[in-house]
Ligand binder design. Structure first.
Ligand SMILES: [Zn+2]
Length: 529
């Protein structure tokens, strides 16, 4: 069984009654839209989306709600913005900050739209909502009232769980200042059951300056917001959340999840949602971002690969394992290879391979519906073919497959070729760049054993009936067995003589891409060297 199915089993146990009653299980996740969304956020989104798909598979009613948080204070400006023009908005709720991009209604939705565009590619059953309308419609009034009435208990929970000491006059609420519109700078000073008094403080936070206003106002219907650690459990109650995992940054001992659990149960009288703590996704290329300007936003990483591969990347490790993605290393070709291997296994799995088959099924965008696996050209082979002016991609694909490609396979090939080209142009390490040498390298030295084996190989290849990769492969294998030579000793000079390095794409196929005469001639040359 793969990790997801253990999670689903636990969910079925915990929510057996609700499931039996046919009430939908509510799954929730969110992202605060204060800047371009980091690729790490996709891990949580795919995890929750996959749970929704697995519930769908079991015909268990569910909804996956994803919050585009536009209500938090704007506490930083992305470096690409004109600071002088936007500085005045620091401290205001995000939705009040104007858009720097005409296609979005406001600043946070520039990032929200970009995230949606990336997530939509993954075909997850996701329903988006923004936070502002919920506060304005009074959906948070009840939890705001409870938080204010129980300010003392909340301060106590903060203290016991995280050791943070809040003063006796601290209330878990921030009013949107009636004078300057900022929310990040205000502090509630009193609560009479109907209205709060507040101060807009010049020095409450480092990133924004309050105006000094003091006021008294109703805290309801969108005039105030709860601080994160109280707002999170408040959202569970308001949205009837049953399932919500959290990233490592929130899941530590004394962290916001633990505080949230206690506030949810003790103040809001709402059960802690089913939790799935998950680890970070690291991007190996921190040094690259400076040198090559490659960022680590969800969109930038998603643009490097087809959506099915992005989904596999996010689910191939258990949630509690961190993983690293390095666009400039070998992560991408290895990931393509892994997908293809899983695809082959999934077509006809042995009993011990069922987990691999399941993982492949989960990575399918149509899951829980099944798709017929397509024949695909291996990434490394494709990257070689693309760099060889004498080769045609479609022809080589048909040769390798042994029959013409179907319409779906052709379009998958085109799609994959585009990703390979992009990777070769912008990220691929040197070992993936191929250039055919005009002549074998002069310093290529062979011992007698190699000379003998390669001479035999030359004769056999000259007489070989067909010039197909599999037949060439069989001949090389036969020569290897007959002469007892190590594989590396026969392969290395062949690769070296054509591409100047000791390894390359699969040898039989590799030689088949050249004219037979040329291969024979080159073998003769290196034996005589
Ligand atoms: Zn103010």
């Amino acid at each position: 069984m793969v990790w997801l199915d253990y999670i689903i089993k636990d969910i079925e146990t915990r929510f057996a009654k609700q499931i039996a009653a046919g009430e939908p299980l509510i799954i929730r996740d969110e992202k605060t839209l204060s800047g371009r969304v980091h690729v790490g956020s996709l891990r949580g989104i795919v995890l929750h989306g996959l749970i929704a798909q697995a519930l769908e598979e079991k015909k268990i009613a569910h909804k996956f709600l994803f919050e585009l948080n536009d209500y938090d204070p704007c506490d930083e400006l992305p470096p690409f913005l004109d600071r002088a023009a936007f500085e005045k908005y620091l401290g205001q709720p995000l939705f009040t900050v104007p858009s720097h991009d005409a296609s979005a209604e406001n600043f946070p939705m520039v990032f929200g739209n970009e995230l949606k565009e990336v997530v939509d590619r993954l075909k997850l059953p996701i329903e988006y909502y923004t936070l502002k309308p919920l506060y304005e419609a009074g959906k948070f009034n009840e939890v705001i009232q409870l938080a204010l009435d129980h300010a003392k208990e909340i301060r106590e929970i903060y203290k016991v769980v995280s050791g943070s000491n809040k003063p006796d006059d601290w209330y878990p609420l921030q009013v949107i200042c009636e004078k300057c519109g900022k929310v990040g700078t205000t502090q509630v000073t009193g609560w009479d059951g109907k209205t709060v008094t507040y101060d807009c403080k010049p020095n409450l936070v480092k990133w924004a300056k309050g105006c000094g206003n003091q006021g008294q106002v109703s805290p309801f219907d969108g005039r105030a917001k709860l601080p994160w650690k109280v707002e999170w459990p408040a959202k569970w109650k308001v949205m009837n959340v049953n399932i919500e995992g959290a990233g490592k940054d929130h899941s530590a001992a004394g962290g916001s999840r633990q505080i949230g659990e206690r506030i949810s149960e003790e103040i809001f009288k709402y059960p802690n949602p089913f939790d799935i703590p998950y680890e970070f996704l690291n991007v190996g290329g921190k040094k690259m971002s400076a040198s090559k300007g490659i960022g680590v936003s969800a969109k930038e990483i998603a643009d490097l690969m087809p959506p099915y591969l992005l989904k596999l990347l996010m689910i191939r490790k258990q949630p509690n394992q961190p993983f690293d993605f390095d666009p400039q290393g070998t992560t991408l070709p290895l990931l393509f290879d892994e997908y293809d291997r899983l695809s082959e296994l999934a077509a006809n799995p042995k009993p011990e391979q069922l987990d691999f088959a399941r993982l492949f099924q989960l990575a399918q965008l149509a899951f829980p519906k099944s798709e017929k696996p397509l024949w695909q050209m291996r990434f490394t082979i494709l990257s070689f073919v693309i760099q060889m002016p004498h080769l045609k991609i479609e022809e080589e694909a048909a040769n390798l497959k042994g029959s013409p490609l179907s319409k779906e396979e052709l379009s998958a090939l085109e799609e994959r070729a585009a990703y390979v080209k992009l990777w070769l142009d912008e990220h691929a390490p040197e070992q993936y760049h191929y250039r055919i040498l005009k002549d074998p390298p002069e310093d290529l030295v062979l011992d007698d054993e190699q000379k003998k084996a390669l001479s035999i190989l030359r004769e056999r290849l000259e007489k070989l009936e067909s010039w197909k990769g599999e037949d060439i492969h069989a001949v090389i294998h036969a020569v290897k067995t007959e002469t007892g030579i190590e594989a590396k000793k026969i392969f290395a000079p062949l690769y070296l003589s054509f591409i100047g390095r000791e390894s390359g794409p699969q040898m039989g196929w590799f030689l088949s891409t050249f004219d037979r005469k040329e291969v024979v001639q080159r073998l003769e040359n290196i034996v005589l060297l």
